[in-house]
Design a protein around this ligand. Structure first.
Ligand code: SF4
Length: 214
């Protein structure tokens, strides 16, 4: 039986975060996560229930229609952000090959808890949510800085250094967590920590939230 993909949503927007912030992108958000809200109580994504369960052709069709509605076509080199939930649970060779054949440049945003086959993607962002994680190489490491306000693996600069130790990424980002009950994004302590850490660490701003886009 043909493989089906559990998809939460597909939408056209700009990539909001990290080194590719500002680039036009189709977001393909898969349903399902292998960590879940117990590990990440501040998770701001609804990934639980698949809104679509589609085979390869129908998945491509949904992506194509979204690109046409958003950008007037499948522009060669358009970024396809595979996200979730945890996209490495579902993005496989047939889907990767088919998206690339249509001209997409595939970016994946993984929690890094399981090894990612980097040949499936053109850009890999790893955003670990556990101190021990499997995927230690990629294009960018993006740590959400939980600081003192909410539970998490990054309460301070030393914890950030320990997590990054032995990793090999092209870019290192520290990003606020956005917990409304804790006063919204904790930019103050993130900026102080980036200044404490120094290069290669940089602040990642969730520009889509500033711009009011998805
Ligand atoms: S790994 Fe990511 S998507 Fe999954 S629960 Fe944690 S923050 Fe949410």
């Amino acid at each position: 039986m043909a493989r089906k993909y559990g998809i939460k949503e597909v939408f056209a927007t700009l990539q909001g975060e990290g080194a590719q912030a500002g680039m036009p992108a189709v977001f393909l958000r898969f349903a399902g996560c292998n960590l879940g809200y117990d590990v990440c109580p501040w998770c701001d994504t609804d990934w639980v229930k698949a809104e679509y369960t589609l085979d390869l052709d129908d998945t491509l069709d949904l992506v194509r229609r979204t690109a046409w509605e958003g950008f007037g076509g499948e522009v060669p080199g358009l970024l396809l952000v595979a996200t979730g939930g945890e996209p490495s649970l579902q993005l496989d060779r047939p889907l990767s090959d088919a998206l690339r054949e249509r001209g997409y440049r595939i970016s994946m945003e993984s929690n890094g808890s399981r090894p990612v086959d980097r040949s499936l993607v053109d850009w890999l962002t790893v955003s670990p949510k556990q101190a021990e994680f499997a995927q230690k190489e990629g294009d960018e490491l993006k740590l959400l800085f939980t600081g003192g306000a909410v539970p998490g693996i990054t309460p301070d600069a030393d914890a950030v250094r320990r997590i990054a130790d032995g990793t090999r990424f092209g870019h290192y980002f520290l990003q606020p967590v956005d917990v409304p009950a804790a006063g919204g994004p904790n930019y103050g302590e993130v900026i102080r920590t980036v200044m404490q850490l120094g290069p290669p660490w940089r602040l990642s701003v969730q520009t889509h939230k500033v711009a009011g886009i998805p």
